[in-house]
Structures are given as C-alpha cells and as structure tokens.
Design a protein around this ligand. Structure first.
Ligand SMILES: [Zn+2]
Length: 296
C-alpha cells in the first residue's frame, strides 16, 4: 500500500510481484522483459568497485543484475507501453552474452496481464539503446515486423537521428532492426510532448542527447518513469554515480540534480527501470543526505 497517493488494486494482474497501481484516474503496472547481466564497469563508470560492491555485489565475471522493467499505462482509453526491453531477436551468442535466463519475457508478462499485442495503442521509447527498444520489433516468417501491430511508436526525432546515424561508440547499441522496420508506425516527436491529458514525455538529457522520461499526472499526484537518466535509485542518491554508457555525463549530473529536487518537492512516485530490488520509491532528503524510500 502506498502513502495515500496510489493504491494497489485487489484484482492485481500479476502474482509474482508488482500489481496494478492507480494514481488519480490512471492505472499502471510494471512488466518486465527479464533480468540481464551488465558489466559493472559500464553500470558504475568512474565509481570505484570498493564503493559500488556494497550496493550491488557482482558475479565472478564482474557482472551485476539489470532488470528490464517496462510500464503499461491506461489513460483516457489509451493503452500505452513504455519501452520494450531486449526483445526476442537476439542470436544465441548475444543472448548468452547478456545472460538473460529464459530469454524474452515481455509478451508473456503482457499476456499474463490479459493484454494482447494488438491492444497496445502507443509505445513510447525513452531512447533507442538495445535494452529499451529490442522488443519494438520481432522476426516473423523471416521478416522483421512491429511487435505491436496497431501501435504508434513515439520516439524523439533527435534520438531517432542519433540512432540512425550511430558512431563508433554508439553503434553496438543502436541497432537499425529495432526501429527502421517500424516504418509508418513511427511517430517522431520533438521535445516535451503530451501523450494524453495525464501522460507527458519530458526530455531528460544526458544518458543520450534526447533521452526522455514519462510523467503520469492525475488529480494533483505524479509518478515518473525515469528511464536511463537514473536507471537505479543510487544514481539519484549520489549524483556523481553516472554510468560509463552516458553520452553527456555532465548533462546527466545536472538533469539528476533538478529531477531529485523536483521529486522531493512534489512527492513524485519514482519508477526505476533497471533496479534489481527497488522498483518504486519516493525521494527523501535530510540536509545533504538524499535517499530513495522504497515502496513495498
Ligand atoms: Zn540506455
């Protein structure tokens, strides 16, 4: 049970963790595309191992678990999916590299929640790194097709351009197969963009130049699906903890500084995409100490 802002419905669609949540008139729930293993050097960048290993112990290959949380939102008659995980197109070697037990999970999790792919009206990609949009498309009869046949895919125009013209540093994560086959189903958006009266895309620059988070707002209450500007709670608690993946780390720093102050001020429910143990929480502050209080 949350603190009066949201509640967990009794007819929860999932029996293995997160449940249907309600914030004002909006319903939402987390679905996952599984848990992959990430090299801790990428996840923690310049942070010394002696500091981060107290937060997340690594395995014998220096990898740590990375959840692939996505979010389903129902707002004003629209069913919206934010991000699509790694997806099902990885070859066996790449799947082994990511160490995801059981392969793609997203469609199973949606099915378990009673949602068919054709019911998704809008897919929002926070950005086009392969662990956020791999499930945008799938391989069917040897061809690549949109996984969600009726959906419009909302992608920032600048992010799309950066992904379509990658450089030596970004080309391993920007894979054309995840967004080019969407063709006419692509909707390029520019800057902060309203999706419904209750859902908005907000630019949160740093991880990529046009990274976006998604704000849910109803009856004066707010929740934020943060995306990779702070995929883990510790990134907001300690501003200097910035992944090596970030394209503009100093922009990340300033974006996080603003985000966490706003989150405290407005008591925003934060939803973390890559967290292992803490999927949702509220930012708290006492003097110079900042922490995320977990929502059970
Ligand atoms: Zn990313």
């Amino acid at each position: 049970m949350l603190q009066g802002d949201c509640f967990v419905a009794k007819n929860a669609p999932r029996n293995d963790g997160w449940s249907l949540m309600r914030l004002g008139n909006v319903e939402f729930f987390v679905v996952s595309d599984g848990v992959m293993k990430s090299d801790a050097g990428g996840v923690y960048g310049l942070v010394p191992k002696s500091l981060w290993e107290n937060v997340t112990p690594a395995d014998d290959q220096n990898r740590i678990p990375t959840h692939l949380n996505c979010l389903v939102i129902r707002s004003q008659g629209k069913t919206i999916l934010i991000d699509t995980g790694l997806g099902s197109k990885l070859d066996a070697r790449t799947e082994a590299f990511f160490g995801r037990a059981g392969g793609a999970q997203l469609l199973n999790e949606l099915a378990r929640s009673g949602i068919a792919p054709s019911e998704i009206d809008i897919v929002i990609n926070t950005h086009l790194h392969l662990d956020h949009c791999g499930g945008n498309t799938l391989r069917a009869n040897g061809n690549l097709a949109a996984t969600f046949p009726r959906a419009e895919y909302w992608i920032q125009r600048l992010e799309w351009a950066d992904a379509a013209f990658p450089n030596e540093r970004t080309r391993a994560t920007y894979l054309a197969e995840n967004f080019i086959p969407l063709g006419e189903q692509t909707r390029l958006i520019e800057g902060d963009t309203r999706v419904t009266d209750e859902v908005r895309c907000l630019i949160t620059r740093g991880h990529t130049r046009a990274h976006q988070s998604v704000l849910i707002e109803s009856n004066g209450k707010k929740a934020l699906f943060i995306g990779d500007i702070a995929g883990r709670a510790v990134y907001l608690e300690r501003l200097a903890w910035i992944p090596a993946y970030d394209i503009e780390p100093l922009e990340t720093l300033e974006t996080k500084r603003r985000l966490r102050a706003w989150a405290v001020e407005e008591n925003i429910l934060l939803i973390f995409q890559h967290e292992y143990l803490l999927t949702m929480g509220y930012m708290r502050r006492e003097g110079e100490r900042w922490w995320v209080e977990k929502v059970e």
